[in-house]
Design a protein around this ligand. Structure first.
Ligand code: FE2
Ligand code: FE2
Length: 275
């Protein structure tokens, strides 16, 4: 059985080109994912009209199931009063959903977590109890668990280490204990897939860490145009699951095209291994 997930991040509505919205909508309709995950920075400044533009985009793909978490740009920056007392008002108005929840599709469990903070506008944090509240028990042997939040657990460039989740070591221990297989994030606009053992050698069970780039915004970085990741999870009875992550970059002809495909399988002792 194959479960297909499109992982989008950082559209930054209010700082995006309309042509790219059309291209992304078209290409997602063709790929027919079972779930679309949007890992935060949905808007540029958490404004009413920016959330309305995001709502229109999500509504245009409403035949697909969505899992959406906020990013630091989705809570007000300048209006301190609303940042402190109603930080998620516009987010909740549009998405009418819980910030943290579990979505199950066949043998795949997806957990959405909120790593933003009304007190620290840029940096993100998750504490162990917050994770355990949503992710509890141990998964079925054949199942695959995915956690999703805005701030990344890994990055390719040293300059971005300040952007990683603040208490990431503690979070990684909980993810290993609760057998989370794939950890999704965004925030740095620099797509990157890695195994957790490189950055977290103290944690024995390896997870896959996948950071998506910015899917729509013109706030791109060199070598990383607009992009998203397509994740195919393959789960079969009596077999270890496989995961294939394909990075789709926007080309000059306004088509998102796969430019890098990485595949992994799960070993019962070590966790995930790259093939
Ligand atoms: Fe962002
Ligand atoms: Fe961000």
């Amino acid at each position: 059985m194959r479960i297909r997930i499109a992982h989008l991040s950082d559209p930054h509505f209010g700082a995006n080109l309309p042509e790219v919205v059309n291209a992304l909508t078209h290409d997602l309709k063709e790929l027919k994912p079972d779930l679309i995950i949007l890992s935060g920075d949905i808007t540029q400044r958490a404004r009413y009209n920016q959330f309305t533009a995001a709502e229109k985009f999500v509504d245009g793909l409403n035949k697909f199931q969505w899992a959406i978490v906020p990013g630091n740009h989705d809570i007000p920056l300048i209006n301190i009063f609303s940042r402190l007392f109603t930080p998620y008002r516009n987010f909740k108005r549009v998405f009418r959903d819980l910030l943290e929840k579990k979505i199950t599709i066949e043998q795949v469990e997806v957990f959405t977590l909120n790593s933003t903070s009304r007190f620290r506008h840029v940096q993100g944090e998750l504490n162990a109890n917050q994770i355990k509240k949503i992710i509890n028990g141990i998964q079925k042997k054949t199942g695959v668990r995915i956690a999703c939040f805005h701030h990344p657990m890994d990055c390719p460039k040293r300059v971005d280490e300040k952007n990683l989740l603040r208490n990431r070591d503690e979070a990684m221990r909980v993810f290993a204990k609760t057998e989370v297989d794939l950890i999704l994030g965004g925030h740095i606009h620099d797509p990157y897939v890695s195994l957790s053992g490189e950055r977290y050698p103290q944690v024995q069970r390896q997870s896959i860490i996948s950071v998506a780039g910015t899917c729509l915004s013109w706030r791109t970085r060199s070598g990383a145009p607009n992009s998203f990741n397509l994740i195919d999870v393959e789960v079969e009875e009596h077999q270890q699951p496989r995961l294939i992550i394909s990075r789709y970059d926007l080309q000059k002809d306004f088509k998102f095209t796969p430019i890098l495909v990485q595949s992994f399988y799960r070993d019962s002792v070590q966790g995930w291994i790259k093939t």
